[in-house]
Each structure stands twice: as structure tokens, then as C-alpha cells.
Design a protein around this ligand. Structure first.
Ligand code: ADP
Ligand code: MG
Length: 393
């Protein structure tokens, strides 16, 4: 679905629900991370790009009160939100948490919005690792800019949205999702330093190249302790290496300290977690160079290696995402696939592949058939180019 189509849908929904025509429109994209996985909390680099999938919000003035009425197409539900004060977070997290949190955090910063009615439509898949949550938050924040007539500095906007996710969805996420949704440049991926917030837009606009996102359509909910466990392992590795963050060290130092790891019962595992991060830092650098040089093979190789590291050292892949990457690798450069890897937190979700744009349809068909045969599951596949970040339309 194109952005225009989403806008039309939003306008129709607005008129049907609230009457009249909406006055303000905001759009914020989802994202896919090309490389640099499980690196943010170690102060490392991530490499996301915005995808051509958006959360679109249409809104108009509302008579009386000091509230916003917001309806979402996704759940066909409407709720009211306070505009006069920051609402406390609800215990049970649902879609309202993201909206209430963003409104609360943005208004707390001093933005004043008059009452409004709004409808949300979106084609970012929910919970698929493409950050529908950040696109919702950044979409709401951007709408508030339109309604109040006050621009927020984009870095501050991203940080406010991250705060909303921390405080209202109780999700201790890094900065990647909100940064890329708020600040992506069209035709560019973003090399983002999660320690300094420094960012570089890296061109990814060669018309012969496209990015293919494949949703495995599985989400293995393990004990829920996997993510904190990985973070704890990395913190332990940093401690053993005498640094505050793994970012402050490198592979040779890790190898020199091998004995310190071997002395621990779970040292071998902690060593592998650190090795994933430190080699991933090297891969991100290599990937950036390869993109700049238009060396798609080298960029793709870094992606395959990244997947292997996430599988063997970090242990966050699953049979389904492994199958998708194997299938991509089998199609190979001859068939138009340069590289592929799981993207997002892991244990299911999506893979991202760098492909030859002209072969996208045939590649998608081959992946679909082979994945179905291997797992019995129907994947969801789409091709995207690097989209622009959030904007008022
Ligand atoms: P992801 O960000 O990877 O898609 P999350 O679990 O972080 O997954 O966020 C998904 C949640 O965000 C949904 O369960 C819902 O509460 C909220 N959300 C995202 N998009 C919308 C939308 N268009 N309408 C309502 N809620 C949404
Ligand atoms: Mg999310």
C-alpha cells in the first residue's frame, strides 16, 4: 500500500467517524535494521533504514473539553486522552499506552495542543520487528507538532518517544527505532552510534539495489529472560575486560583475556556473547565501506557473517529465520541475492536481504516456495527502498 493510499484511507475513516475533513496529517515510517544487532546496549553501532511502510494519522479540531479522541484502524477502537496533564501509565500495556505516553511526554516538554480528533491507519506489521511501536510514537509526536504549530528538534522528539516507550510500555528499548523513524533521509540508511548519538546518512539509492524484508511469521516467546540475560552477559564480559561498555574494547583484547573467561563456569558463553558484539562492530564498519563503494557482494558477505554470529555466538536466531537465510544464500548472487540476515531482537520475526532490484519478484517467489516447503509456514515478503523519516503532510 502506498503512502497516498494510506492517506486516503485515513481521510475516509476520519470523515466516517468524526465528520468533515481532517486538517492535519502526519506520517512516520517503520524501519529495518540492515546490520549491527544487539549492539545498542553495548554502546555500539546500528545501521537501520526507514521502510516504505507507515503509520499515518489524520486529525481535526474537536469542540470543547481538553482531550483528544483517537481511533485506530488496527484494533477498531477509540479512546480519549488527556491534553491538560500527563496521564499516569496504565498497568496493562496496549495501544493506548503508546499514544498516552507520547502525548504525555511531548506535552510535558511544554507543547500546548488544542483538543483534536484523530484516526490512525498503518501498514507497518505489528510485532514483526519492524518497529510499528516507534512509528506510532513518532507519528503521534509529529501530529502534535502539526496541531500545536510548534516544531520539536528531531533528536529531542526521538528521545521523547523513547521515553514514552520506557515509561508507558515498560520496554527498555534503545534509541535506534525512534531515531530512524524521526530522522531518516530518503535514499539513505543511517549509521548510528548508540554511545554518542552521532549519525551518518549513508546513500542507498542505487536503482539496481533493493531491500527485501521477509517475515518468518513466527515469534518464539521464550521465558522472557533471554534479552535481560544477553544484556547481563555483555555487562559481565565488559567487567572482565575492565571497561564500562563493550564498545570500549576490541577483538584482540578479548582474545588476550580468554583465560579470565575460561576461569568461569559460564565463561565460554559470556566469551561468545562478547565475540558477537566485537565482531559485529567490525562488520558494521565493513558494511558501511562496502555500501559507499557500491560493493554489494562485500556488503552481503558482512550480512551473512552477521547472521552466523547471531546464530552461533549470540544464539538468538531460530530454525525459521535460519531457514530463510539458508534459502537466500542458496539463491545466491547469481540469482540476485547479495546477502541476508535476521533482523531485530531475534527468536523469529524478519530477515532482511540485499538484492538486485530487477529480480525481486522471482527471488520472493523462490523464498516463499522454499520456506513453505521447509517449515509449512507462509512468509510475508515485501520489497522496499530507503524511505524518508516522519513528516507533516
Ligand atoms: P514492533 O514495534 O516490533 O512492531 P512492539 O511490540 O514493540 O512491536 O509494538 C507493537 C505494539 O504497538 C502493538 O501491540 C500496539 O499496541 C502498538 N501499535 C503499533 N501500531 C499501532 C497502530 N497502528 N494502532 C494501534 N496500536 C499500534
Ligand atoms: Mg517496538
Amino acid at each position: 500500500m502506498s503512502l497516498n493510499h494510506l492517506l486516503q484511507r485515513a481521510d475516509c475513516a476520519y470523515t466516517a467517524r468524526f465528520g468533515g475533513e481532517p486538517l492535519w496529517h502526519a506520517a512516520a515510517p517503520g524501519r529495518v535494521n540492515l546490520i549491527g544487532e544487539h549492539t545498542d546496549y553495548n554502546g555500539g553501532f546500528v545501521f537501520p533504514m526507514a521502510i516504505e511502510r507507515y503509520t499515518v494519522i489524520a486529525a481535526g479540531p474537536r469542540a470543547g473539553g481538553k482531550k483528544a479522541a483517537v481511533w485506530t484502524d488496527t484494533f477498531d477502537e477509540e479512546a480519549e486522552f488527556e491534553l491538560a496533564r500527563k496521564e499516569p501509565p496504565a498497568e496493562k500495556v496496549d495501544w493506548r499506552s503508546y499514544v498516552a505516553g507520547t502525548i504525555g511526554c511531548v506535552l510535558e516538554k511544554g507543547l500546548a495542543a488544542d483538543p483534536f480528533n484523530a484516526v490512525i491507519v498503518s501498514d507497518v506489521p505489528l510485532g514483526g520487528g519492524l518497529s510499528s511501536s516507534a512509528s506510532l510514537e513518532v507519528g503521534v509526536a509529529t501530529l502534535l507538532e502539526a496541531v500545536s504549530g510548534t516544531a520539536i528538534d528531531p533528536v529531542e522528539k526521538a528521545l521523547l518517544c523513547q521515553k514514552a516507550e520506557h515509561e508507558y510500555a515498560f520496554m527498555p528499548c534503545g534509541i535506534m527505532d525512534q531515531f530512524i523513524s524521526a530522522m531518516a533521509a530518503e535514499g539513505h540508511a543511517m549509521q548510528l552510534d548508540c554511545r554518542s548519538f552521532e549519525r551518518k546518512n549513508v546513500p542507498l539509492s542505487d536503482p539496481r539495489i533493493a531491500v527485501l524484508v521477509t517475515n518468518s511469521n513466527v515469534k518464539h516467546t521464550l521465558s522472557g529472560s533471554e534479552y535481560p540475560q544477553r544484556r547481563a552477559d555483555c555487562a559481565k564480559a565488559a567487567e572482565l575486560l575492565g571497561v564500562r561498555l563493550l564498545r570500549e574494547t576490541a577483538v584482540p583484547a578479548l582474545e588476550d583475556s580468554r583465560a579470565k573467561f575460561d576461569a568461569l563456569d559460564d565463561g565460554e558463553r559470556i566469551y561468545r556473547r562478547a565475540r558477537h558484539f566485537l565482531t559485529e562492530e567490525e562488520r558494521v564498519a565493513r558494511f558501511a565501506q562496502a555500501l559507499a563503494a557500491g560493493d554489494w557482494q562485500a556488503a552481503g558477505e558482512a550480512m551473512y557473517e552477521g547472521h552466523r554470529s547471531l546464530k552461533e555466538d549470540y544464539e538468538v536466531t531460530c530454525p525459521e529465520t535460519d531457514a530463510l537465510v539458508e534459502i537466500a544464500e542458496r539463491i545466491g548472487a547469481g540469482g540476485g541475492v547479495y546477502g541476508s540476515r535476521m533482523t531485530g531482537g531475534g527468536f523469529g520475526g524478519c530477515t532482511v536481504s540485499l538484492i538486485e532490484a530487477g529480480k525481486a519478484e522471482s527471488i520472493a517467489e523462490q523464498i516463499r516456495t522454499a520456506y513453505r516447503k521447509a517449515t509449512g509456514i507462509e512468509p510475508a515478503i515485501f520489497v522496499t527502498r530507503a524511505a524518508a523519516g516522519a513528516r507533516i503532510l
